[in-house]
Design a binder for this molecule. Structure first.
Ligand code: ADP
Ligand code: MG
Length: 574
């Protein structure tokens, strides 16, 4: 704990910066303005990295990704009223994803409240719906304690977002250091373990299972459980299925990965082990017809309130995934178990995997122009580094990207997540590039966006260029949302009248040159239409490790996902 000499004064802005630093916060994203500019300056002066962005929403997505990637929250700094409101999407997305985040919002001066002050808004009240904690320090003296509590709350239990409201008059107000209540850095969350009887029950169910399935969720990725889960898979021989952001906890090319037989695995498994994945829409609520009526669930989660949602589990293991996985390993150490690789279940899964991979391969090798999604992704997969951090959003671009682009390392896929939020991509990419720069400078960030998804935060390209982050953005451009029109069809449509009455709501301007947004700010832009052009642009962007680049890939506006037995990332799947 720091304690200043008697008489030494400190400003609100400095106190906030010092307290964040004391809580081991390393990154701040935001947009400055009245009354928070001094906070950003103080943070930077003390060694917190500050990234000024172009919209608070993208800044908030960026800060939340830092929390997921590092386990320590990033901070989003916003001005009062509209600035705060723009960040709500990021707070909601973080909380729904179970990712830690700290948002600091300036608000009106206390003596102007209820008078119609500049950008006045009931921010603490509004923040409650989106945050685990939404508070305003009652005085400067308690700022360190409030910041410690917010950071602790964001990472203890089920992670989520926390909001701290700072009245404008606090920022330049001074107090004597001796009256400040300094607080030490909060330690990482205490590790909780499951009841022994529940662990034995789970092990028993697994041993008895004929058609077991291990589902790995992003909670497992967040808890850094990869080494133990990998051991569990290798030791037990269980088939496993990662949810989208859990890809890479165990590498996608592991022999036991049944992602390519997803529907079948879910539909016929008799015992399902959930490692940090909720039975929400992503997993069809755990209910028929996607699951067997008599399927037995073994649920492992850190959040007690999650246990039993939608389905009554056969075994509930409340605890930290990494610790509970270790408990399961110990149980299997005492009573060795290996699920036979020559079982009927494995035979059926393997067959399905082969068939499905064959179908994707056929589509990927089609020679016709414009390219379809599978062809574009095939070339992208061939040329991007195996260890790159993948950001992927859009409708088809994300769904097909998930199946076509393998992950070999944990926490290296960031997408629209549980909330299905489009527009997260550029913020996530910026956060990933900032973290990579400090931790794994050789790692590239590749951000693959649908043309619609890219549009939500396109101006962050300027941010990328300003901070010289060597991100590769690939816009998979089909001239629209889900599908679009080609240039000829577009001309025809315009003939029929006012665009607002005849342009299909899914359409975007055909052949938009998004790559020029990148060249406008000094990065490299490529407009590509053929596989050869795509390959050349990819090679050039990957080789150049310094310059941000954007490859605008024109694909067939009618290209779609291959027929699904069970479409799931669409509302119609319900
Ligand atoms: P996915 O989208 O991959 O299915 P979800 O976000 O639905 O994953 O589920 C993640 C789950 O992981 C949440 O229920 C959350 O409470 C849980 N979780 C987060 N961190 C931990 C942890 N350290 N140990 C156990 N469970 C965790
Ligand atoms: Mg599109």
């Amino acid at each position: 704990p720091g304690s200043g000499a008697e008489g030494e004064a400190v400003s609100g802005a400095q106190l906030i910066a010092e307290s964040l630093k004391a809580q081991d916060i390393k990154y701040m994203f935001g947009i400055v303005g009245i009354p928070v500019t001094e906070i950003a300056i103080a943070a930077q002066a003390i060694g917190i990295k500050y990234v000024g962005m172009r919209n608070e929403q993208a800044a908030c997505y960026a800060a939340s990704a830092v929390g997921y990637l590092t386990g320590r929250p990033g901070v989003c700094l916003v001005v009062s009223g509209p600035g705060f409101l723009h960040a709500l999407g990021g707070m909601a997305n973080a909380t729904v994803n179970c990712w830690p985040l700290i948002v600091i919002g300036g608000s009106s001066d206390r003596n102007q409240e209820t008078m119609g002050a500049f950008q006045e808004f009931p921010q603490v009240e509004a923040g409650r719906l989106y945050n685990k904690l939404s508070v305003r320090p009652s005085s400067l003296e308690v700022i360190p304690a409030v910041i410690e509590k917010a950071v602790r709350t964001s990472i203890y239990g089920r992670p989520g977002s926390c909001y701290i409201d700072i009245p404008g008059d606090f920022v330049n107000l001074q107090v004597n250091k001796s009256s400040v209540k300094y607080v030490e850095c909060c330690p990482p969350p205490p590790v909780s373990m499951a009841e022994r009887s529940a662990v034995s029950e789970a092990a028993f169910l697994i041993t008895r299972s004929k058609q077991p399935l291990l589902i790995i969720g992003k909670g497992a990725a967040y808890s850094h459980a990869e080494n133990n889960i990998r051991k569990l898979v290798d030791l037990s021989g269980l088939p496993f299925l990662p949810t989208p952001m859990a890809k890479g906890v165990v590498p996608d090319n592991h022999l036991n990965c049944v992602a390519a037989a997803r529907s079948m695995a879910l539909q016929h498994a008799d015992v399902i082990i959930l490692l940090g994945a909720r039975l929400n829409w992503i997993l069809h609520f755990g209910l028929p017809p996607r699951f067997r009526q008599d399927a037995k669930f073994i649920q492992i989660d850190i959040c007690a309130e999650e246990l039993g949602n939608n389905v009554r589990p056969a075994a509930t293991l409340l605890g930290d995934i990494n610790a509970v996985t270790k408990q399961l390993l110990e149980e299997f150490n005492e009573r060795p178990f290996k699920y036979p690789s020559d079982s009927e279940w494995w035979k059926r899964l393997r067959e399905k995997i082969m068939n499905n991979e064959e179908r994707s391969k056929e589509l990927a090798l089609q020679k016709s122009l414009p390219m379809n999604y599978y062809t574009a992704f095939h070339h992208i997969r061939e040329l991007i580094p195996k260890d790159c951090i993948l950001v992927n959003e859009g409708a088809n671009t994300m769904d097909i990207g998930r199946t076509m682009l393998p992950n070999y390392y944990p926490r290296q896929r960031l997408d629209a997540g549980t909330f299905g939020t489009m527009g997260v991509g550029l913020g996530f990419a910026i956060a990933a590039a900032m973290v990579a720069k400090d931790q794994t400078p050789e790692k590239r960030v590749v951000c693959i966006e649908g043309d619609s998804a890219f549009g939500f935060s396109g101006m962050e390209v300027e941010t990328i260029c300003r901070y010289n982050l060597p991100i590769l953005i690939i816009v998979v451009n089909n001239n629209g949302i889900y599908t679009g029109l080609d240039a000829d069809a577009w001309k025809e449509v315009l003939k029929s009248g006012d665009p607002s009455t005849c342009v299909p709501p899914v359409s975007l301007l055909p052949n938009s040159h998004y790559e020029e947004m990148m060249s406008a700010f000094g990065g490299k832009g490529y407009f590509v239409k053929t596989p050869e052009e795509l390959q050349n642009a990819l090679k050039a962007s990957i080789t150049d490790k310094q310059t941000p680049s954007l490859i605008n890939v024109m694909i067939d506006p009618h290209s779609e996902r291959k027929k699904q037995e069970f479409p799931w990332l669409t509302r119609s799947s319900l």
